[in-house]
Design a protein around this ligand. Structure first.
Ligand code: AHM
Ligand code: MG
Length: 316
C-alpha cells in the first residue's frame, strides 16, 4: 500500500495539526499544475499587465496561482490569513479570522521560466498567530523567525509533480501519481549529501556581488571542484541541491543590495527544509532561520546547501 499525504499526521508533534493545511497545498498544486499544462490553450501565458508589490511584472499565471492557493487555504478552515508574494497586504480570510494559522506563500516561483516551458514551483510556510483568536489577524503575526515556523515546503512543477515538506520532523518528498490522483511518499527522510553535487547561482552577476562573494565562490570552486547547474527557478535549483548536494546561492549585489529573494516565503521555508535535511542555510553571517523579519516582503541574501559547501564559501 502506498503512503499518502495523510502520513504527515503521524510526523512529529505538529503533524496532525498541519495535515489539513498540507493537504490544501496538495490540492492547490494539482489545480495549478493543470492550469500550467493548459495555459497556452486558455491564452493565459504572458503578462497580467500589472506590477506586484515587488515592482515586478505579474504574469497571468502568477495571478491565477495566487487565487487558487488562497482558495485552497480558505477551504481548510484552519488558516486565518495568507501573506503572498502577489499581494501587497496580508489577506485575511474573513470566515476564519479565529483560526490559528497563517500561511506565507510564493504561489508561482520562477515565473520567468513559463514562456520557455521551464520548471516552476510554489513555496510555503506556516506559522501560528501571535495575536489572540478574538482579534483580527495582523501582518505582525507573519513577522516570525524561522525558529517559529511549524511547517514549510515547496511544490515542483517538473516532469513529475512533487510536494516536498517538513513539519519539523525531517523532510518528506511526495510525488503525484496520475493513475490514482494522490501524492505518494516517494522520497522518505530526505538528507542532503555531505559532499558532491553542484553550485547553483546566476554567475553573470559575479562582478556586482557584495560581501566578497566573487572571491569566495572562486575559492569554493577551487577547493571542491563542484560542477555548475542553474535553472533560474529557486524551487528547481533547491530541489537539485537537496537531492544531489552542493550549494544554491543568491547573494546581494549592486542592484539588489539586500538580495533578491524574499525572507518570509522564499528564504525561510527553503532554509527550514534545508536544515531539516541536515544542510545549512545562511544569509550573510546569520543563519536564515535566526533572522527576525521586519516586513512582509523583505529580501535577504541566501546561501543554502551541504554544510561543507556553505562552510567553505564562508571560510569557516
Ligand atoms: P520570482 O519569485 O519573481 O519568480 O523571482 C524569484 C526567482 C527565483 O525562483 C530564482 O532563484 C531567481 O528569481 C532567479 O533570478 P535571476 O533571474 O536574477 O537569476
Ligand atoms: Mg515568485
Amino acid at each position: 500500500m502506498s503512503v499518502t499525504l495523510n502520513s504527515i499526521a503521524k510526523q512529529g508533534k505538529n503533524g496532525a495539526a498541519m495535515m489539513p493545511i498540507i493537504q490544501g497545498v496538495g490540492r492547490a498544486a494539482i489545480e495549478i499544475a493543470a492550469v500550467l499544462r493548459g495555459a497556452i490553450f486558455r491564452g493565459v501565458l504572458g503578462k497580467a499587465g500589472a506590477e506586484n508589490v515587488q515592482g515586478e511584472q505579474q504574469q497571468l499565471l502568477d495571478v491565477l496561482s495566487d487565487e487558487i492557493f488562497l482558495e485552497e487555504m480558505r477551504s481548510t478552515g484552519f488558516v486565518c490569513a495568507v501573506g503572498s508574494e502577489e499581494q501587497e497586504e496580508l489577506l485575511v480570510i474573513d470566515e476564519y479570522t479565529r483560526s490559528d494559522y497563517l500561511v506565507l506563500v510564493d504561489p508561482l516561483d520562477g515565473s520567468s521560466n513559463l514562456d520557455v516551458d521551464g520548471p516552476v514551483g510554489t513555496i510555503f510556510s506556516v506559522v501560528k498567530r501571535k495575536t489572540a483568536n478574538s482579534e483580527r489577524p495582523h501582518v505582525s503575526d507573519t513577522l516570525q523567525s524561522g525558529q517559529d515556523v511549524i511547517a514549510a515546503g515547496y511544490v515542483l512543477y517538473g516532469p513529475a509533480l512533487m510536494l516536498v515538506c517538513s513539519v519539523g520532523a525531517g523532510v518528506s518528498g511526495y510525488t503525484f501519481n496520475p493513475s490514482n490522483a494522490r501524492f505518494e511518499l516517494s522520497h522518505p527522510d530526505i538528507q542532503i549529501p555531505e559532499t558532491g553535487g553542484y553550485y547553483s547561482v546566476n554567475e553573470s552577476n559575479a562582478d556586482k556581488w557584495l560581501d566578497n562573494m566573487d572571491a569566495n565562490l572562486e575559492r569554493l570552486k577551487q577547493e571542491t571542484g563542484l560542477g555548475m547547474r542553474y535553472v533560474g527557478a529557486m524551487v528547481a535549483d533547491m530541489h537539485r541541491t537537496l537531492l544531489k548536494g552542493g550549494i544554491f546561492l543568491y547573494p546581494a549585489d549592486d542592484k539588489n543590495t539586500t538580495g533578491k529573494l524574499r525572507l518570509l516565503y522564499e528564504a525561510i521555508p527553503m532554509g527550514f527544509i534545508m536544515e531539516q535535511a541536515g544542510g545549512k542555510a545562511m544569509s550573510r553571517n546569520d543563519a536564515v532561520l535566526n533572522i527576525e523579519p521586519e516586513t512582509l516582503h523583505q529580501r535577504v541574501p541566501v546561501y543554502l546547501g551541504s554544510k561543507n559547501a556553505v562552510d567553505i564559501l564562508f571560510d569557516n
